[in-house]
Design a protein around this ligand. Structure first.
Ligand code: E4P
Length: 217
């Protein structure tokens, strides 16, 4: 499963990329706002730091304006992936951009039928928001299972990009279901390393090593 980091914070991206832990980045208007930077400039910086796709979201609601915005965004770098909302206008834009060979991430997906539409429109990625699904008393992982089943039934190429990931169990369950990508905050990626037995084991080894009185080199 590929890991994308869900942030517009370049320091976070740089740190994770140096550790080889990320395959791409997703941003959204709220994350751009949080970064305090200019959208086009910070997207350019992120693209330079990132090995894979960088999702940048259009703000317009109608197809013509979405295409105009996408034109600006895709000029930034070859790894820009245009993010469009899961609306009819967004799907129309997805189809037009995909036909031209541009990567598209269809975002704000909350149902398997919506995911089916995104695949039919040629999306590179569809983003089901599992955390927001759970927040509203719905079954985020059930949604993922349905999308995986439907995409496999018809051999759709669209990749399932699990979004709104809140904790390590979301990552584990997404991997079990066979999601293609998970995008998550840097703190969730880092938390995957934690295990109390690793900490305890390390503590024991270091204590015994100190008793040997030796050093390496
Ligand atoms: C995905 O592309 C979105 O940016 C993101 O995962 C939304 O997550 P949130 O529900 O934590 O805001």
């Amino acid at each position: 499963m590929k890991f994308f980091v869900d942030t517009a914070d370049t320091a976070e991206i740089e740190e994770l990329a140096a550790a080889g832990l990320i395959d791409g980045v997703t941003t959204n208007p709220s994350l751009i706002h949080k970064s305090g930077k200019n959208f086009l400039e910070v997207t350019r910086e992120i693209c330079a730091l990132t090995p894979g796709p960088v999702s940048a979201e259009v703000l317009a609601l109608d197809h013509e304006e979405m295409m105009r915005e996408a034109e600006h965004l895709r000029k930034i770098a070859d790894n820009v992936c245009i993010k469009v909302p899961l609306t009819l206008e967004g799907l129309k834009t997805c189809k037009a951009l995909s036909d031209e060979g541009t990567m598209v991430n269809v975002t704000l997906c909350f149902s398997a039928n919506q995911a089916l539409l995104a695949a039919k429109a040629g999306a590179t990625f569809v983003s089901p928001f599992v955390g927001r699904h759970d927040d509203n008393g719905l079954d985020g992982m059930g949604l993922l299972r349905d999308i995986r089943l439907i995409y496999d039934n018809y051999a759709f190429d669209t990749q399932i990009l699990v979004a709104s990931v809140r904790h390590p169990i979301h990552v584990l369950e997404s991997a079990r279901i066979g999601a293609d990508v998970a995008t998550m905050p840097a703190k969730v990626i880092k938390s995957l390393v934690n295990h109390v037995l690793t900490d305890k084991g390390l503590e024991g080894f270091l204590a015994d090593w100190a008793k040997t009185g030796q050093t390496i080199g």
